[in-house]
Design a protein around this ligand. Structure first.
Ligand code: F6P
Length: 322
């Protein structure tokens, strides 16, 4: 491999810049040329390439978002779109790719790698933490800390006004953000996909709760339908007209901001590993960190929704939320 392309695709996540920096600097150490591809697969199709060197990634490790810009591409989902993208890569003599993103990014990478002779290594970057083959994805730690900071503030006002707050967090169809955030903010109840979190269970939980506690916070995972918190709030208001109930949807605040130390270190380690395994002949795999060791997992296996929620964490919720 002589020249690699690096790109960020799908949703941005805090720590992507640290990963770009690690990829570019590692590639330069190994005397590889590096091209940054802007706007993910869409930019690949349009030929939005820019040469990168050590200086192009100075002072970005601490910045949220992605200097290469991100986004989804409908055209890349078609074989004609992938053909255009491959031709653009070839016209630049790019002979390897590092893809930074989540499920959608790796579905695209898997297809491109299956149709063309283009080795690709993925770095898991998503706030959702919903990929197999890594304990944590880049951005998850920052997102949960952002959510905790926001909900701690909500707790202050909830306690002052004896209010019940329904707070919706991101995480697509996985409840991994909600689960950790719920434990960390001492939620009175949670609504998480894949657990027994139906309305009767929520009512039971609220009724079991301490009567002397002024505020109550219910953490809701956005699930398939963002905005679910409004419907839950409506039902709660109907059932408990005496609760002073408010709804808060944290939304995209969870995707921005400075990456935490955990995310910067994870992104740096995975960025280095991505270039090294690419040079060693790996292809169509994601690098991840499992029990503190670098592990490669095929795109095929890493792409998986509905990751099981850790039963130990669920037990902690049950035990401590009353
Ligand atoms: O995958 C990251 C994520 O923030 C999800 O948690 C959320 O469901 C989705 O992206 C939101 O996407 P968009 O920014 O396109 O609204």
């Amino acid at each position: 491999i002589k020249k690699i392309g690096v790109f960020t695709s799908g949703s941005d996540s805090p720590g992507m810049n640290a990963a770009i920096r690690a990829v570019v600097r590692t590639a330069k150490l190994y005397d590889l040329d590096v091209v940054g591809i802007r706007r993910g697969y869409e930019g690949m199709i349009q030929g939005e390439f820019t040469d990168m060197d050590r200086g192009s990634v100075s002072n970005i490790i601490q910045r949220g978002g992605t200097i290469l810009k991100a986004g989804r591409s409908e055209e890349f989902k078609t074989s004609a779109g992938r053909k255009k993208a491959y031709e653009q890569l070839k016209s630049q003599q790019i002979d390897g790719l590092v893809a930074l993103g989540g499920n959608g990014t790796f579905i695209g990478a898997k297809e491109l790698g299956r149709e063309y002779d283009m080795p690709i290594i993925g770095v898991p970057c998503t706030i959702d933490n919903d990929l197999l083959g890594t304990d944590f994805t880049v951005g998850y730690d920052t997102a949960i800390n952002t959510a905790i900071e926001a909900i701690d503030k909500i707790r202050d006002t909830a306690e002052s006004h004896d209010r019940l707050f329904i707070v919706e967090v991101m995480g697509a169809d996985s409840g991994l953000i909600a689960l950790r955030v719920g434990i960390a903010i001492g939620a009175e109840a949670m609504m998480i996909p894949g657990t027994r979190s139906d309305m009767p269970a929520l009512f039971a939980r609220l009724e079991m709760g301490r009567k002397d506690k002024a505020s109550k916070i219910v953490v809701v995972a956005e699930g398939e339908e963002p905005g679910e918190a409004f419907e839950i709030g409506r039902i709660i208001k109907e059932k408990y007209p005496n609760y002073d109930t408010r709804i808060s949807i944290l939304g995209h605040i969870q995707r921005g901001g400075k990456p935490t130390c955990m995310d910067r270190v994870l992104a740096s380690r995975l960025g280095v590993a991505a270039v090294e395994v690419l040079r060693n002949g790996h292809r169509n795999e994601m690098v991840g960190l499992i029990h503190n060791s670098i592990i490669c997992t095929s795109f095929e296996r890493s792409i998986k929704h509905n990751i099981d929620l850790n039963p130990d964490l669920l037990k902690v919720v049950e035990m401590l939320s009353l």
